[in-house]
Design a protein around this ligand. Structure first.
Ligand code: FRU
Length: 439
């Protein structure tokens, strides 16, 4: 019998490679999560849409891929889903490479049961791009309803330029007209990917983003913008969406304000390759805007029963898969250690006004990163210490930890096959509370 320990309540590719979450939709009483999937290898290849369904966002059934490469598409790249008159539509990027000519164009597929999908062809060809945008970098359509019909945000790139988000409009999902270039200026990263609008929040990722800007330490950054007073998304207002090692290509269940991302990153080696799979998605996060700030909390069920754990200066908690909730008043110091085994552990330490996450003592992951923090195995998340009380959650699922602190998040893989599950907490605060939910 294999001793592989897979994630227990996170979506992952049971076999092969996965990257971005796609087409998140609550349809016919089930949460549908599609994802970029290559079943035949632990490395990226011709893209399928893998498909998992759940009633509670914790127990997942894996179905047959919803979209596969064929005569029409050499790959089915990222996209979104929308329900219209009881049918589920997937709007994705058709990637083709014919004799070295690369095209990325937007396409649609439809289903009446949410399981079997029929491709219906292209809906925006690369020839319909406005003048000066690259036909080979036009992808990741995110469709939402608006007052007059439908809006689509897609990623694109200017010739001799950098990333852009293009907005299209449609009355019927099949015929689209170009509306505008959202920022009307180049991104800092070389290319934007996976724009997604949920209410007043726009999330997107940027390839090859400068590592010294906005607390970002990853080669490729995930960012968000809140709508400003004029109802605009201004590029200058973008901030980091997550501060961890492993976070990219977020997308949301738009009606539910719930966000899921790929809990990995391009240009990395995966420890789980040896176990025959590479990649998993983050645990779902509920988005709220409080006092003009984006607050992320782990998704909880009404019936979740957290058990109190005494709040002591040194506390040991055993949890291999579950959620731990902390609240602290007048926090003076904090260190948490997450053990893979007796020798290998990651730690999170409050240093000045930052939480510093250090996984240099974990099983080695090979990086191709450039900045000093990454190479030392460190990530940092800012903390507002002028607040009296702080709320934190840890979401732990075998080899991963997602740290929530006052609504900001830091997500990282520690190991595959981790037998760990011991968390040691050293904390000085005037008051505190710890509660545990085993999953
Ligand atoms: C983002 C991304 C998308 C693309 C997909 C291909 O991670 O590069 O832009 O659609 O992955 O798998």
């Amino acid at each position: 019998m294999s001793d592989t320990i897979y994630p227990k309540f996170h979506v992952y590719g049971p076999k092969g490679w996965i990257n971005d979450p796609n087409g998140l939709m609550f349809y016919k009483n089930h949460y549908h999560v599609f994802y970029q999937y290559y079943p035949d290898d632990v490395h990226w290849g011709p893209m399928h849409w893998g498909h998992a369904v759940s009633e509670d966002l914790r127990h997942w059934d894996y179905l047959e891929p919803a979209l596969c490469p064929d005569a029409q598409d050499d790959g089915c790249f990222s996209g979104s889903a929308i329900e219209v008159e009881g049918k589920l539509y997937l709007i994705y990027t058709s990637f083709t490479n014919r004799d070295g000519v690369i095209r990325q164009q937007q396409a649609i597929a439809v289903s009446e049961d949410g399981i079997h999908f029929e491709k219906k062809g292209l809906i925006i060809t690369s020839d319909e791009l406005p003048e000066g945008y690259l036909k080979e970098d036009f992808r990741d359509p995110s469709v939402t309803k608006d007052a007059d019909g439908y809006l689509m945000y897609t990623a694109s790139r200017k010739e001799n330029g950098k990333g852009r988000i293009l907005v299209y409009k449609s009355k019927d999902l099949f015929h689209w007209t170009f509306d505008r270039d959202l920022f009307e200026k180049d991104s800092l990263g070389t290319m934007i990917e996976c724009p997604d609008k949920v209410g007043d929040v726009l999330t997107f990722t940027e390839q090859f983003f400068p590592t010294d800007v906005d607390g970002n330490n990853n080669i490729h950054a995930s960012r968000y913008i809140l709508k400003d007073r004029n109802g605009c998304f201004a590029y200058e207002n973008a901030s980091a969406l997550d501060y961890g090692f492993d976070y990219y290509a977020a997308q949301s269940f738009k009606e539910k304000n719930i966000l899921i991302a790929w809990m990995s990153m391009w240009d990395r080696s995966f420890l789980s390759e040896k176990d025959g799979y590479a990649g998993e998605l983050t645990y779902p996060r509920v988005l709220e805007i409080e006092n003009g700030e984006l607050i992320q909390k782990p998704f909880l069920l009404k019936e979740d029963h957290f058990v109190d754990i005494p709040f002591a200066k040194n506390q040991k908690i055993h949890c291999r898969s579950g959620i731990i909730h902390f609240s602290f008043n007048d926090l003076e110091s904090l260190e948490m250690r997450f053990y893979e085994d007796e020798e290998k552990y990651a730690k999170l330490t409050l240093i000045g006004d930052e939480l510093v996450f250090d996984r240099s003592r974990c099983e080695q992951v090979s990086f191709k990163e450039t900045d000093a923090n990454s190479l030392m195995g460190i990530r940092k998340m800012p903390v507002n210490l002028s607040k009296k009380s702080h709320e934190s959650y840890l979401v732990i699922d075998h080899g991963s930890v997602e740290i929530f602190f006052d609504g900001k998040t830091l997500s990282s893989l520690l190991a595959s096959n981790s037998k760990g599950g011991l968390i040691e907490i050293d904390c000085v605060a005037s008051e505190g509370k710890i509660e545990l939910l085993n999953i």
